[in-house]
Design a protein around this ligand. Structure first.
Ligand SMILES: Cc1cc2nc3c(=O)[nH]c(=O)nc-3n(C[C@H](O)[C@H](O)[C@H](O)COP(=O)(O)OP(=O)(O)OC[C@H]3O[C@@H](n4cnc5c(N)ncnc54)[C@H](O)[C@@H]3O)c2cc1C
Length: 355
């Protein structure tokens, strides 16, 4: 395990024991949320660079909970701190925050990661506030690097990277003077590496005891969960045909849907198309929509502003159709077609049908 070396203004060296990287695991419907696996994989990368263990923390209750948590060992997680209680079966803010805060106070990791989900966005600020440490919300990347402030040099500081000022800049945020460094990370931006497949790679379960007061720690109760069905799962789509404002007319949208049908793709849109009420938010790609990584992304009449690119730039192949040759989307497209969507898409449909 490598120690962290800080150099003060007067040149004094401060040694700090490096502690673990920890991921908060979301467990719903008897399985671990995808975003938690994404964070475990990113956490492993950070932990390896820091030469510290990767750990996790889980709060909840369920027949398969322990079995699922043990499997995190196959993703490189050494141990999982588990707060298990029947009353914690469903997420509610107060007892979950208490469970996480008490455990973090005891374990003292140096980095804690949460998914930027409804649960993570509720829980992480409560935990950060209780621990009086920084929190960066909605990160799209995490790196380790050096940071200098007030004559001190902090090595291996967590660089928390996210779009800021409406997505016009990409900010790198650090909180080196307070531990742990905490971040929520957007779903879908980190890759899930395949598990080792070796059942002997088991995460050790560490049972944490938290004393809950039945009345004050449980001010709210989950009575019923009503799920809204997603109309599309863009994260899983291998091919996406996406429409922007240049393809938002009734006629162009019909062509987009037909092209998607012919090539077995899902339909996505840019934000203004959602704002115009043409398709629902489930279809939106971008900074405030879904992050996608399909094999093929066909951007039709999309200018390619940074907020849209943030959600699709990692696509394996990008075809852009736009009548403006200067459109920013062409800067990241592998194939660019300058033309009107109403001329180009029928030709593509015909070509794919003939194939
Ligand atoms: C905080 C914040 C978050 C945001 N989040 C998102 C997000 O998640 N996702 C997102 O998409 N946007 C998001 N935006 C909006 C973003 O800044 C852009 O405004 C948006 O992406 C533009 O959408 P568009 O490309 O469809 O439309 P436009 O910018 O209007 O571009 C239309 C394009 O179509 C081309 N065109 C027009 N007619 C035709 C035609 N007949 N044939 C071919 N091409 C044609 C034009 O040349 C142009 O390039 C966000 C903005 C902010 C401030």
């Amino acid at each position: 395990m490598r120690d962290e070396i800080h150099k003060t203004k007067k040149g004094h060296i401060i040694m700090k024991k490096n502690k673990s990287v920890m991921v908060f695991i979301e467990y719903t419907e008897e399985s671990i949320a995808e975003v938690s696996l994404e964070l475990v994989c990113k956490g492993k990368e950070l932990a390896e660079k820091l030469q510290v263990p990767l750990e996790a923390i889980a709060v909840g209750f369920g027949a398969n909970l322990r079995r699922e948590l043990i499997k995190l060992g196959q993703y490189g997680c050494k141990s999982v701190y588990l707060i298990e209680d029947e009353r914690l079966k469903h997420f509610t803010s107060v007892p979950y925050a208490k469970a996480v805060v008490e455990t973090l106070q005891r374990v003292q990791p140096q980095i804690v990661l949460f998914g930027a989900t409804t649960t993570g966005r509720d829980l992480a600020p409560r935990v950060a506030s209780a621990l009086k440490c920084g929190l960066t919300a909605d990160c799209t990347d995490l790196q380790l690097g050096e940071h200098q402030i007030k004559g001190q040099t902090f090595h291996n500081t967590l660089l928390q990277i996210r779009p800021a000022f409406g997505g016009n800049i990409v900010a790198t945020i650090v909180s080196p003077e307070h531990s742990p460094s905490m971040a929520t990370v957007r779903e879908g931006v980190m890759r899930i590496n395949p598990p080792s497949g070796n059942e002997e790679h088991r995460a050790a379960i560490v049972d944490e005891k938290v004393c809950f007061d039945s009345s004050s720690d449980f001010p709210s109760e989950v009575i019923e969960i009503i799920k809204s069905e997603r109309s599309v799962d863009l994260k899983q789509a291998k091919i996406i045909v996406a429409a922007g404002m240049g393809a938002a007319s009734h006629e162009a949208m019909a062509l987009i849907k037909e092209l998607a049908r012919v090539i077995g793709a899902e339909v996505a849109v840019s934000r203004p198309v959602v704002d115009a009420g043409i398709l629902g938010h489930d279809h939106q790609v971008g900074q405030t929509g879904t992050t996608v990584r399909p094999t093929l992304y066909i951007a039709c009449g999309i200018s390619g502003q940074i907020q849209h690119r943030a959600g699709m730039a990692e696509s394996k192949r990008i075809i852009a159709i736009n009548r403006d040759p200067q459109a920013p989307i062409f800067s990241i497209a592998h194939y660019g077609i300058v033309g009107d969507v109403k001329d180009v898409i029928p030709k593509m449909i015909k070509a794919y049908k003939n194939k």
